[in-house]
Design a protein around this ligand. Structure first.
Ligand SMILES: Cc1cc2nc3c(=O)[nH]c(=O)nc-3n(C[C@H](O)[C@H](O)[C@H](O)COP(=O)(O)O)c2cc1C
Length: 328
């Protein structure tokens, strides 16, 4: 029987178990996004703690998509040597190394980018105060190449693959959600229109990545914002599978990663389960998973293929090792 301790092979890369450390921003890079010793030590410590995979925190593909002055960057070839230190640190702990690549769209604050943020339709994500501007078609068409260049840098740095950030109200999520995308051109309207930028981005990323691991963090539930539902996410997942995604990592959409009204264990597990029922590629989900027995049960009952454990691993870098010992 498959359980939390069982290996999982994704695109030729074998995870020693089914515990994933999801991306969690430290904001400890330098002013231009370069890796610092503090970050290397952080990932060394966490990989040694036993997860099957670490997804390095969100790394901005262009200044216009940054959210924090000290966010990790992957927008220039200058970043590759520092990023290689992170991939090496994670591999030293025998975890698979993936890095999340991102553009925050309207969620980029003026103080982080020095100008007004971009968005599909000039509609802010609920809770955000700054009003974004509407992207031109030319600006939209430039996005896939920015993600692809970031993926090429990740490969050059020795990562096993990338996770494209399509959750938490960031740019690709803003295009996907009918709440934030009111465009009437090729990049809006129907579901296919709202997904077009995602399709183009995944195609461009796959081209640069070759056979590497391509993961997608899906904003699988916008509630309470009226937008994407888990049922919509299940349908969208079938497109992601067709476009070559190797693993779907289900999280929140416009409601963010840790909505105040969701405190129960596994708060995006139902959304992940709906997605898993719709596709044949591996599916993971995140949100309030802290109990090893619960995590194990999700895998044993084939509700998920892998579990993302965030804050519990941040608090205790050895969470994975201890969890597997407890279950033995
Ligand atoms: C400090 C911190 C930083 C985070 N940074 C990111 C990030 O860079 N990218 C991302 O997709 N999610 C990010 N998240 C969300 C986590 O990946 C995860 O989805 C969330 O914490 C819920 O899982 P948990 O309950 O297991 O912590 C962050 C969460 C925390 C607590």
């Amino acid at each position: 029987m498959t359980d939390l301790a069982s290996p999982l092979t994704i695109a030729g890369v074998t995870l020693r178990n089914r515990i994933i450390m999801p991306p969690m921003a430290n904001n400890k890079a330098d002013d231009d996004g370069h890796v610092t010793d503090t970050l290397v030590e952080h990932y060394l410590r966490h990989a040694a703690g036993g997860p099957g995979m670490i997804v390095v925190e969100h790394s901005y593909i262009t200044l216009a998509g940054r959210v924090h002055a000290h966010q990790l960057g992957i927008w220039s070839d200058d970043h590759v040597s520092g990023l290689a230190r992170l991939a090496e640190a994670i591999h030293a702990g025998e975890a698979a190394a993936v890095i999340q690549i991102t553009h925050a769209g309207s969620r980029s604050p003026q103080e982080a980018i020095g100008t007004t943020a971009v968005s599909p339709s000039g509609i802010a994500v609920p809770g955000d105060k700054e009003e974004p501007r509407i992207m031109s078609s030319e600006e939209i068409e430039a996005i896939p190449a920015l993600f692809a260049a970031a993926a090429a840098r990740a490969r050059a740095a020795g990562f096993d693959g990338v996770e494209v950030h399509g959750a938490h109200g960031y740019l690709l999520d803003q295009f996907m959600s009918p709440y934030t995308n009111h465009r009437d051109d090729d990049h809006g309207g129907s579901l296919e229109g709202r997904l077009r930028l995602i399709e183009q981005t995944l195609g461009a990323v796959r081209h640069e990545l070759g056979p590497g691991v391509l993961m997608y963090r899906l904003g699988a539930d916008d509630a309470p914002v009226p937008g994407i539902t888990p049922e919509d996410a299940a349908e969208i997942a079938t497109y992601l599978e067709a476009w070559g995604v190797d693993l779907i990592d289900c999280s929140g959409g416009l409601c963010g990663s840790r909505p105040a009204d969701r405190t129960e264990p596994g708060f995006f597990v139902d959304a992940g389960a709906a997605v898993k029922r719709a596709v044949s590629i591996p599916v993971a989900a995140v949100g309030g998973i802290t109990d090893p027995a619960y995590a194990d049960d999700l895998v044993r009952r084939e509700i998920l293929d892998a579990v993302c454990v965030g804050r519990a691993q941040l608090k205790d870098p050895a969470w994975a090792r201890k969890a597997l010992e407890t279950l033995r």
